[in-house]
Design a protein around this ligand. Structure first.
Ligand code: FES
Ligand SMILES: [Fe+2]
Length: 459
């Protein structure tokens, strides 16, 4: 008996994809307003992008133990991400197979099974229906697999990051991620034991299309203007060293930072080359926040020469790594974009902590994590609000029906400015929109493809 149920082309208002001329809607230098405003395009994205390609779901450190679970979404589908009794990570549809109500109403917990609050059907965390109240009332065999919870058929992790896809033809996750894993590895490997643990989050909801956030994820052009008040605040108490993102002022494209596109919609902005290469170089960039002088003095007295390399672990890593369509690693955060409707999106900034691998000791790890919480409060509170204001104002601007295009051609057509490297990756100066032109090629590829989608149920 096959446990896979092929979906084919799910019915959407979009119907025949030929109704939309994707080549017209997304061109080399510009994108049409409809891709941000049309509910039918949004609905199609919820299968062709979210589910049609590998999508970030959660981090393994959020469900470290057998029977742990958290609730998340894949596009609009409510999911329970569970580590089942065998330790296998599953992405179960959080939807009772009886009449479709949300099965689990908790954000997280530990449970072998889930009992539906409506009529009490009970499901194991493998997705199998364990039992129903008063089964004598059913004439058919309730062990039929169709009553087991639907689940995402392919769930794979890369170094703790859990992704899922409904697309049976997607490449294995590691091949799909391709060269972006090099910089994900570097982001992880600077931490003891090469790992982080996810902690609580700063949660934002904004009234604009999800793609506006992804279009901004590698944008080095807006920083000096949109985040001017943040830059001024950060630098008010700066001595000789400029703080935070001050390197975006003056002439950012002459700085050693750059952007790189690595394929499949993934890219990163690498600001690390701007840093002084010394222990404490990252810590020196951190803007003033309460208690930092005390911690710094305390670290120097306790750790001597090692103090500044430890303080660097609390500093925000100056790289933005963006994995299409919904994941960004920013500073020390794991940021996730969750579409809600064509004009509403969640942007969730999960904080991360380092773990004790024996090289620092529990007291040191605790103190670094305490400092790290302070540094992680900075950007979401003082920078994300600037970005969200832009997204909402773009959505408003896109209501001007006759003025149809947004432009993304910065850097295009200038000889030797955007470079294709031997490995196929593309590099460009920090303020170029090359990243956006490239991720829209991937968006268009997915929107034009009839994906081979399926869900799975336990047999
Ligand atoms: S809807 Fe879940 S038991 Fe009826
Ligand atoms: Fe920004």
């Amino acid at each position: 008996m096959t446990a896979l149920e092929k979906i084919g082309a799910p019915p959407t208002r979009l119907g025949d994809t030929a109704l939309y001329d994707w080549e017209y809607l997304v061109q080399e230098d510009r994108a049409h307003r409809l891709i941000y405003t049309d509910p039918a395009i949004f609905e199609a994205e919820m299968t062709r992008i979210f589910g049609g390609t590998w999508t970030y779901l959660a981090h393994e450190s959020e469900i470290p133990n057998i029977n742990d679970f958290i609730t998340r979404r894949l596009g609009l589908r409510p999911l329970i991400i569970a580590r089942d009794a065998e330790g296998k990570i599953r992405a179960l549809y959080n939807r009772c197979t009886h009449r479709g109500t949300t099965l689990c109403r908790f954000d997280k917990g530990n449970s072998k099974s889930f009992q539906c609050p409506y009529h009490g059907w009970n499901f194991l965390n493998s997705g199998r229906l364990r039992g129903v109240p008063w089964p004598d009332g059913y004439a058919d065999d309730m062990r039929d697999p169709k009553y087991n919870l639907a689940q995402v058929p392919r769930v794979e992790s890369y170094r703790g990051f859990i992704f899922g896809t409904l697309n049976l033809d997607s490449l294995p996750l590691i091949e799909h991620l391709g060269p972006i894993v090099t910089v994900i590895d570097e982001w992880l490997d600077r931490n003891p034991g090469g790992q982080v643990v996810v902690c609580e989050a700063n949660r934002f909801r904004f009234k604009a299309n999800w793609k506006l956030a992804y279009d901004n994820s590698c944008d080095g052009y807006h920083v000096a203007y949109s985040h001017r008040s943040l830059l001024e605040t950060e630098n008010r108490f700066a001595g000789e060293n400029a703080k935070g993102m001050a390197y975006y002022r003056n002439s950012p494209d002459t700085q050693p930072m750059y952007m790189r596109y690595t394929g499949r919609g993934n890219h990163y902005k690498d600001k690390r080359p701007n840093l002084e290469k010394r222990a404490g170089g990252l810590w020196a960039l951190e803007s003033a926040h309460p208690g930092m002088e005390h911690y710094e003095a305390d670290f120097i007295s306790r750790y001597g020469d090692r103090a500044f390399s430890l303080l660097d672990l609390a500093g925000s890593e100056p790289v933005n790594i963006n994995v299409f369509p919904n994941l960004s690693l920013l500073g020390n955060h794991i940021q996730v974009f969750e579409p809600i409707s064509v004009e509403e999106t969640n942007a969730i900034w999960y904080g991360t902590m380092i773990v004790d691998d024996g090289s620092i000791g529990t007291d040191g790890v605790r103190d670094i994590n305490a400092l790290r919480m302070r540094t992680q409060e900075g950007f979401p509170n003082f920078g994300e609000v600037d970005d969200i204001a832009n997204f909402e104002q773009i959505q408003r601007g896109l209501m001007a029906i006759e003025d149809e295009w947004v432009y993304m051609h910065r850097g295009l057509g200038i000889p030797d400015r955007v470079k294709t490297n031997a490995d196929g990756t593309i590099t460009a100066p920090a303020t170029d929109e090359a990243f956006m032109r490239e991720h829209f090629k991937e968006w268009k590829r997915l929107m034009q493809t009839r994906a081979n989608l399926a869900i799975r149920r336990e047999p």
